[in-house]
Design a protein around this ligand. Structure first.
Ligand code: COA
Ligand code: ZN
Length: 505
């Protein structure tokens, strides 16, 4: 579990300890429980194979999550098999650190099945709001407390640690919630998860709720399980941690029922950014997100914090100018934290500074007037959603009259070096070579080779025929062929019809 430490970097923003954001507890202690394999598989349309689950579990452990909720064994045979094998990986030392959790309803059959696999912990859930009690469990509050006590004890008798999940806790009557948590604690649960099952809590409410629970029920550690129905899962999770929750439930990419729960990657970065907490190796989260994207079939949107394609790409000229001067002007945290890099797009929102920086990156130096002319052209092309480097160079060529682009040849071009027999007159060989169709240029050179040929062919077969013809010339002892991949046009390139008045390169 990561412990908050004062950040030494100079901090001018709202999240410095004691800054505008409020006074953060300096002894904050928190870790992640990843439930991609349990809650995440409850995403409509998602079903992982057992092998995919093992791979995800291994990566989760590698980046350092404190707990992995591997699944609810009673759901289906393959879910049970995955939980069994993940527990086996822990036993075999393949998973080194993460605690492995099996999920269970508050019924003996589920608990028995979960405990028989010998996980580190069984998590037993039970709805504690009146809505859940009345319409789902059809039990009175007293009956519910008796069930919680009996089932937690039953699991404890199997020798596993127990977490009790108070489902729909944020809609429960507070006094009854306290009774339920006490009951679970007294029956042997060392952790209680407070679930905002329908995602209706606010950060202020969550903070107060956890502060009250910690005061009213000491001797037990709290988890926060925050759903994202109103987009507040991350904020609510952080609020709970500020108020003393020591485990935050997450899934990769925020998978889960309906709008999902708090995304692992966002919580991990936010904990570091705001409280200086390193809960996982951030360099691994992008890889993990891409893996889960592939296996779940749920695409990462370009705007997804931390892992989305756009989130380190700047657009507006004012922003890019700021970022070029100091990235902190428009970045919440450096992309390097998660092994990514920043970029910016070129389009009608671009300004001079961005454009010059991009051109220089492409090795193109232009005068101030040329820069302004290029910028005007860019802004006239409002239909272009963004300009690729290739498009930008084309505009720059039009404006400057210089050839700037690297372009692949339209036909096959090759350079062929020729070595001649030692007793032969090189110039006579050169003359014969110059008569071969497809040989464009013949150059006598010094050094190990005697002649350099520039050859042009329509296709590989024709190139072969030309090289064969070269080899069959009397006096040629050996040849070596190099294909031309790209050519950099020079200022006197043949492409420009308008002349090269302002040639500069
Ligand atoms: N503890 C005890 N019983 C619970 C419960 C809980 N936390 N939550 C629901 N139940 C009961 C319901 O009251 C209902 O019981 P009933 O049949 O006596 O009315 C039953 O569980 C749920 O209904 P249903 O799904 O139709 O029962 P089932 O026996 O066919 O299947 C599961 C049960 C768990 C195997 C099945 O629902 C399943 O595969 N669920 C996926 C996992 C899941 O739902 N997880 C929720 C995590 S928050
Ligand atoms: Zn949930």
């Amino acid at each position: 579990m990561a412990q908050a430490s004062a950040r030494d970097a100079e901090c001018l923003g709202v999240s410095c300890f004691g800054g505008v954001g409020g006074e953060w507890p300096k002894d904050m202690r928190v870790g992640l429980l990843d439930s991609t394999l349990r809650e995440g598989e409850q995403t409509p349309g998602v079903s992982f194979t057992v092998e995919q689950k093992l791979e995800i579990a291994r990566l989760l452990d590698e980046i350092g999550v404190a707990m992995i909720e591997a699944g609810h064994p009673s759901v289906a045979p393959d879910v049970r098999e995955a939980v069994r094998r993940i527990i086996g990986m822990k036993r075999d030392g393949i998973i080194r650190r993460a605690e492995i959790i099996a999920h269970s309803r508050a019924v003996k059959a589920d608990i028995e099945e979960a405990a028989s696999l010998e996980p580190d912990r069984v998590a037993i859930f039970y709805g504690v709001s009146d809505i859940h009690l009345r319409y789902k469990h059809r039990r009175s509050r007293e009956e519910a407390l008796a069930t919680i006590a009996e089932m937690v004890e039953y699991a404890r008798q199997h020798g596993v640690r127990v977490r009790f999940t108070a489902e729909d806790a944020t809609r429960a009557d507070y006094e009854f919630l306290v009774e339920a948590v006490r009951t679970a604690r007294d029956a042997g649960a060392d952790r209680v998860s407070i679930a905002d099952t329908v995602g209706i809590a606010t950060p202020y409410g969550v903070r107060r709720l956890f502060e009250s629970l910690r005061r009213d029920v000491p001797g037990v550690e709290f988890d926060i399980h925050a759903h994202n129905d109103l987009g507040m899962a991350v904020a609510n999770s952080l609020a709970a941690a500020e108020a003393g929750a020591t485990i935050i439930h997450v899934t990769v990419g925020g998978l889960g029922e309906r709008a999902g729960i708090a995304p692992l990657e966002v919580i991990a970065v936010a904990l570091k950014r705001h409280y200086g907490l390193d809960v996982v190796d951030l360099k691994g989260v992008v890889r993990l997100a891409r893996l889960v994207e592939r296996y779940s079939g749920v695409p990462i949107t370009p705007l997804a914090p931390v892992v989305g394609e756009n989130v380190f790409t700047h657009k507006a000229g004012v922003h890019v100018a700021g970022v070029l001067s100091n990235p902190e002007t428009y970045e919440a945290y450096p992309p390097e934290w998660v092994g990514r890099s920043r970029d910016y797009t070129i389009d009608k929102y671009t300004g001079r500074k961005a454009l010059r920086a991009r051109l220089e990156r492409l090795g193109v130096h232009v005068s101030e007037e040329e820069l302004m002319a290029i910028l005007r052209r860019i802004k006239e092309r409002s239909e272009a959603r963004w300009l690729r480097d290739e498009d930008l160079l084309e505009i720059a060529e039009e404006v400057t009259g210089r050839t700037l682009r690297l372009r692949p040849p339209e036909h096959i071009e090759a350079l062929v070096t020729v070595r001649c027999d030692s007793n032969i007159y090189t110039t006579s060989v050169a003359r014969r070579l110059s008569l071969i169709p497809g040989v464009d240029e013949v150059i006598e050179v010094t050094g190990e080779n005697d002649i350099l040929l520039r050859v042009r062919a329509r296709n590989p077969v024709e190139l072969n025929q030309i090289v064969e013809a070269i080899r069959s010339v009397r006096g040629v002892s050996s040849t070596y062929t190099m294909l031309v991949l790209r050519k950099l046009g020079t200022g006197s390139g043949d492409r420009r019809k308008t002349g090269n008045k302002r040639e500069k390169t």
